[in-house]
Design a protein around this ligand. Structure first.
Ligand code: ZN
Length: 169
């Protein structure tokens, strides 16, 4: 029997409360699908997710050479130090790339399709993926300014991008 993700999708053709095979758990027992979230957070990302709950996008920064490390690593990829601070990213970024998702892989996302996944560039070497909220089909393009936003998922929060109000810059 095929054990891959595609096979799992076919076998779990369930509407309502369900468990995404292996990696995700639904944060509610309501019939309405809720946003998926990892069952456990990698220890390297714990401070990042704690920051998101407080409305900050934190990225590890090497104490020795000041290099930002994203994604987080055990060891600085510039100087091999294992000493890090957490640095807050700017509240705005520019769209480096984006994807229009027409066919979602999960019921929570399916209710929002078509939607955009944006790779936002903070201008300091760090780029982060996030869903773009409240954008129309012609509302996004490369180099467009976006703002950091947050969405609560159970006791956690995730980064979302919002179109920036250019006049408020
Ligand atoms: Zn370093």
């Amino acid at each position: 029997m095929h054990k891959g993700v595609a096979g799992d999708q076919r076998e779990s053709n369930v509407v309502g409360p369900f468990s995404w095979p292996g990696r995700y758990v639904v944060m509610s027992n309501q019939a309405e699908p809720t946003r998926p979230f990892p069952k456990s957070i990698d220890p390297l990302y714990v401070k990042h997710y704690e920051g998101l709950k407080r409305g900050e996008v934190l990225v590890p920064c090497c104490r020795d050479c000041k290099a930002l490390q994203w994604p987080p690593r055990v060891m600085c990829d510039e100087c091999h130090s294992i000493d890090f601070d957490q640095v807050a990213m700017p509240t705005r970024a520019r769209v480096f790339s984006y994807v229009t998702v027409n066919r979602a892989f999960h019921p929570w996302f399916a209710a929002r399709a078509p939607y955009f996944t944006v790779l936002g560039d903070f201008g300091n070497g760090v780029r982060m993926l996030g869903l773009l909220r409240d954008a129309s089909a012609d509302g996004v393009g490369c180099d467009q300014e976006v703002e950091v936003g947050f969405d609560s998922v159970g006791e956690f929060a995730v980064l979302e991008w919002r179109l920036a109000d250019e006049t408020a810059a």
